[in-house]
Design a protein. Structure first.
Length: 339
């Protein structure tokens, strides 16, 4: 039933659009005296674009009949001289070719749009899988390897305490060095596990994770991070919070690698149903050529994460005046996507 109704609407539009074009031409005739053919061709294009090849052909047929009836001598009757009928046949051929071209182009655009949607769905699936795998690996590294190293540290420490009196000074020094190496390995395990998936993001939320990341970034790079007062109750689901956090991480990475900045201002707000993340640095400023193309895959990944959440991101910079990154994510629409 729905298919029949849709077909009637499409073919009805194809039949009526040339009539509307003719009426428009007659109404405008006293003012600009338009020739009806361009308007009728426009009606054919619209019919083919909206309904497909069939409605486009119907619009072509109706347009030909209207031209024959209203504009071919003798008027107000079908039929005319052979040269007029020849011109009418040329018009029909033009209408057919226009319908075919319009339908072909629309088909290509639909295929491109479908392909983009599929790629975005695949990207979302891959990112979700990556985050899940990161969480699993981080947990295993922290729990299994971390526990093994901690147990090894206790064993070596016990061995050192038991053998202190009986062993020589070089052996004791060797045991102390081994303990230091184990401590270093434990710290590395904790750092790697945290970088894979910060526990604070899952336990305390997005705001606390951004504060932790900003502090860690400042300690590692020496670039000062100033945090504006940030919202605490941001109702983003796990995927949304992860995306915003990864965007923030990538932004800080770009600052450390390219900006030559000494300070970064960070803000996280909840405004009118959106979460707003803003980073401003005092570096050399990003050029437009670095925000697009294969040379900036990290930034392209940021844009893709934002698109998957139906958000918006802008990057602007001026030479010697720093760079500003604004990220806007709709909260409620994101919640609907996550359900």
């Amino acid at each position: 039933m729905n298919t029949l109704r849709s077909a009637l609407i499409r073919y009805g539009t194809g039949a009526l659009s040339p009539v509307v074009a003719l009426l428009l031409a007659l109404l405008l005739w006293p003012v600009i005296k338009p020739f009806a053919m361009p308007l009728l061709l426009t009606a054919i294009v619209i019919s083919a674009w909206q309904g497909g090849k069939g409605p486009g052909l119907v619009a072509t047929l109706v347009s030909g009949l209207l031209i024959d009836y209203f504009f071919v001598t003798p008027q107000y009757r079908l039929g005319g001289a052979w040269d007029d009928l020849g011109r009418l046949a040329v018009f029909g051929l033009e209408g057919f070719l226009l319908s075919w071209l319009v339908v072909s182009r629309k088909r290509v655009e639909d295929e491109v749009r479908k392909s983009r949607e599929e790629l975005r769905a695949l990207s979302a699936h891959l990112q979700s899988g990556i985050e899940t795998e990161r969480t699993r690996i981080a947990r295993e590294i922290h729990d299994e390897l971390g526990q093994a190293l901690t147990g090894l540290k206790f064993d070596v420490s016990w061995l050192r305490d038991q053998k202190t009196a009986a062993t020589s000074e070089p052996e004791r020094i060797k045991l102390d060095a081994t303990l230091k190496n184990i401590d270093t390995a434990i710290q590395s395990v904790r750092r790697i596990a945290t970088e894979l998936r910060p526990p604070v993001l899952d336990s305390l939320g997005l705001t606390a994770a951004i504060e932790w990341q900003a502090t860690d970034f400042q300690n590692r790079t020496g670039i000062k991070c100033q945090l504006s007062p940030m919202a605490e109750d941001i109702p983003l689901d796990r995927e949304g919070a992860t995306a915003v956090f990864r965007i923030f991480q990538e932004s800080l990475t770009n600052v450390a690698r390219h900006a030559q900045a000494t300070q970064v201002q960070v803000g996280l707000e909840r405004v009118n149903g959106n979460v707003l993340l803003r980073l401003t640095d005092n570096g050399k400023g990003i050029g437009e050529e670095r925000t697009r193309g294969t040379a900036s895959l990290g930034i392209l990944g940021m844009y893709e994460r934002v698109r998957l959440l139906n958000g918006d991101m802008s990057i602007s910079g001026e030479q010697g005046q720093g760079t500003v990154i604004n990220v806007t994510i709709p909260l409620f629409q994101n919640q609907e996507l996550g359900q």
